[in-house]
Design a binder for this molecule. Structure first.
Ligand code: LR7
Ligand code: MN
Length: 573
């Protein structure tokens, strides 16, 4: 049963490097207790039974592809692979290089079979006989990549082929967005040469993920398009529930639940349907996740039923090809990365479609903490994309985004074609979308002040990024810069000082950021335009900065003190 790594075309480099740089004994210790021996998965065990358990999933009837033998037990069932701390210098360097190139632990990915098994995260509801229509449309799966790691790209593709009924996969189109890594050239063609379903399309120059996806769509022949990032893993039964929704109504755009594949250990994390999230966005035009709102929950009997989502994350979804074309696909003026998910979300809703998250469908994705590849230099790509989005789809609400970027739109090119498209399709207004599809969103126009909150002689301003990791941390101070961004705040009618879902909150210690709860209390601030004091509701103290101007403090109110006086921009009461 001993299998040599070098037999596995997916991991040639690792095979040799591991065995060369470590003795077999050391290599065996590469994974911790609950993981598996990467070198000999069947060590100390010669029972055929055990061996069988590690074989790839049984082939489906119509499926006569030859699967590669499993090479290691590391990461099977989505378990974490934990490297020991006492790695040799040589291996440590390989691990570091993998992180540097990919922003995830490529070394660990390389240890794991490209056919690894995963847990089945589906609710029982999903598996009920006849849950889905018998005649589902087939799909072209489009996976765009720019300099993706070898093992992770192959695992993405194999997870599609291994876990989808063959008749539902028209093809898998790999769109190479002008990568320069050598393993993505001839080696990739060779690897897939016996797999007729896999097609490789190459961009002639760096297009960015949006135009790369459009290139993939042009080569697709299936009636449905399914997009995946190039570092995903599909679980059992992921595809049928997506296609079923489109078969029922071709204007429904569907997303799987996106599970997290840990960037360090490649552990597959998942939650059951009770923890499903839907997509939203903030006025920086950044995507975010929310719990399913009550108004949506009450429409369903079972938490595994598809739920409406105001937006999609962007990378993983299925859409009827004709409907995608009717919607004018993506704005091809969007560069490299970002904003396209909101564009597609807004126009799906505003132009007659529905956007859903389908809890019966789970696909894992490696979330990276930084972008590993080069963007365009000298251009703020994301801002440019977002301005195009705002210009075309946001109507009178666009100004709230512009306030966030210091009203500096930059050069965003020509959007007249996209506006024409919107008119031609007779799409609804953004107001309609907010009122009906995303009523939870706090609209800055409902605030009595918006912009900077400046102390004294306008030298210091409240300044915080309001990222999830900033919650429960003290609110910052910084010289006022008039650029919006981290100094853009809203003073709501109900006395909150907030940005999006983050509120200034005081409970006796420091003034911190806390998710807005809407029940006043520690988040209630009373601004007096005359005295310029910001008086806190539950403590009756006033907001101030300390004498050395380094932090916020709360003090006995005294309007004589400049450090307690504040100016709220655009105050209009
Ligand atoms: O120039 C590029 N060319 C490409 O082909 C840049 C990227 N790409 C490829 C890349 O290899 C990858 O497969 O495009 C895909 C997406 O790029 P990522 O993985 O760097 O993006 P991301 O996962 O950080 O970001 C999310 O937002 C993006 C821009 O809006 C895309 O919509 C991604 O698909 C999207 N990912 C997801 O939706 C997965 C869940 C993440 C969340 C939330
Ligand atoms: Mn991604």
């Amino acid at each position: 049963a001993f299998l040599l790594y070098s037999e596995d075309r997916s991991r040639p480099a690792l095979a040799l490097s591991l065995q060369n740089s470590l003795g077999n004994r050391e290599a065996r210790e590469l994974v911790d207790d609950n993981a598996i021996d990467p070198i000999n998965p069947f060590k100390n065990d010669d029972s055929e039974e055990k061996e069988k358990a590690y074989l790839p999933p049984p082939k489906k009837e119509e499926d006569n592809r030859v699967l590669l033998p499993p090479q290691s037990m590391a990461g099977e069932m989505g378990k974490p692979v934990v490297l020991p701390t006492n790695l040799s210098a040589e291996v440590k360097k390989m691990v570091d290089d993998g992180w540097l190139k990919n922003a995830f632990n490529q070394y660990v990915s390389d240890m794991i079979s490209v056919h690894r098994s995963l847990p089945d995260p589906r609710d029982e509801w999903c598996k009920k006989p006849n849950r889905y229509l018998p005649d589902l449309p087939a799909t072209s799966v489009i996976i765009c990549f720019h300099n993706e790691a070898w093992s992770i790209l192959l695992r993405t593709v194999h997870s599609v082929l291994d876990r989808s009924p063959s008749r539902l996969i028209t093809e898998v189109i790999l769109v190479d967005d002008f990568s320069d890594m050598s393993h993505l050239k001839q080696q990739l063609e060779d690897y897939w040469k016996n797999e007729p379903k896999v097609k490789i399309v190459r961009a002639k120059k760096r297009e960015g993920l949006i135009r790369a996806r459009l290139l993939g769509a042009r080569h697709a022949s299936g009636p449905v398009l399914t997009y995946l990032d190039s570092h995903c893993e599909c679980t059992n039964g992921w595809l049928e529930p997506l296609l079923d929704r489109i078969a029922q109504d071709s204007t429904t755009v569907v997303c799987p639940v996106i599970d997290v594949i840990d960037d360090t250990t490649l552990e597959y994390h998942w939650r059951d349907s009770s923890g499903v999230n839907v997509g939203g966005f903030d006025w920086n035009l950044q995507f975010n996740w929310h719990a399913v709102p009550e108004r949506e929950k009450s429409k369903h009997q079972n938490s595994a039923e598809p739920v409406w989502s105001p937006t999609m994350a962007g990378g993983l979804f299925s859409i009827d090809k004709n409907f995608f074309e009717k919607l004018g696909t993506y704005d091809s003026g969007f560069d490299i990365w970002g904003g396209e998910n909101l564009e597609l979300s807004f126009k799906t809703w505003m132009c007659g479609g529905t956007l859903e998250i389908v809890p019966c469908s789970h696909v894992g994705h490696i979330f990276r903490k930084r972008s590993p590849y080069k963007w365009r230099s000298g251009v703020n790509v994301l801002r440019r994309n977002s301005v195009r989005l705002a210009e075309v789809w946001l109507d009178e609400y666009a100004k709230y985004y512009y306030q966030r970027i210091g009203n500096d739109k930059g050069d965003y090119g020509d959007v007249s074609g996209r506006r024409e498209l919107r008119n031609k399709l007779k799409c609804k207004s953004f107001k309609w979308y907010l009122d009906n599809i995303y009523p939870e969103l706090f609209v800055p126009g409902d605030a009595v002040a918006n912009g900077e909150v400046a102390n004294g002689d306008r030298d210091y301003c409240l300044d915080s990024a309001c990222k999830p990791e900033d919650m429960h941390k003290p609110v910052g101070l910084w010289p006022c810069h008039s650029q919006g961004g981290n100094q853009y705040w809203m003073y709501s009618k109900t006395g909150e000082i907030r940005r999006d879902e983050s509120c200034l909150d005081y409970s006796g210690q420091e003034v911190i950021l806390y998710p807005c709860h809407g029940s006043k209390g520690n988040q209630y601030w009373d601004y007096n335009q005359e005295t310029k004091l910001v008086r806190h509701g539950s403590s009756d103290k006033c907001l101030a900065i300390n004498e050395s101007k380094t932090k916020l403090v709360m003090e006995q109110c005294n309007s004589e003190l400049t450090r307690q006086r504040w100016t709220l921009e655009n105050y209009d009461h």
